[in-house]
Design a protein around this ligand. Sequence first.
Ligand code: SF4
Length: 197
Amino acid sequence: MNAPMNRRQFFRICAAGIGSSSLAVMGLAPSVAHAEMRAYKLDRATETRNTCAYCSVGCGILMYSTGDKAKNVKAEVFHIEGDPDHPVNRGTLCPKGAGILDMLRSPSRLKHPQVRRPGSDKWENIEWHQAIDEIAHLMKADRDANFISKNADGQLVNRWLSTGMLCASAGSTETGFLTQKIVRSLGMIAIDNQARV
Ligand code: SF4
């Protein structure tokens, strides 16, 4: 049963009500609580697996880009992290790998094969198919001219000493295996890898 309110109690309740509504008018009321999760930033991103290009460890990375790979959508990578399913790094990245987004966005990053023609002092951008064709023709011409099948003692050596190959470290084990098979089958001996530098 409610106890009867005397005059003094009545005025106290009125004063409290006026005070709290004044605070609300002055913006001191607590904000409305939203019962919703913050949007996950990788929602609707396209995930692409790749290999960190910095060193020979070859850590697996996941690249997240905008768009859904449709032809009329310009994709832009906005987040990169270690691939937890990759056997080399299991989701971890060193500081260089963790900052690879900066390399990707660097204005000085090469995006085309380049060639410096004989006598020129400038590098020229060319297309990939053109680069592969030109390299193949130059390799064949040099091998035809300089291949050594026998040494001075008449022993079979099958060497090609006038061309070398320097490979990048970002290739997979399978790429490295195929590279070795192809260039050694041509007789090339000077083969090295960026992983050693
Ligand atoms: S994340 Fe670091 S250790 Fe792994 S490949 Fe890249 S540079 Fe090398």
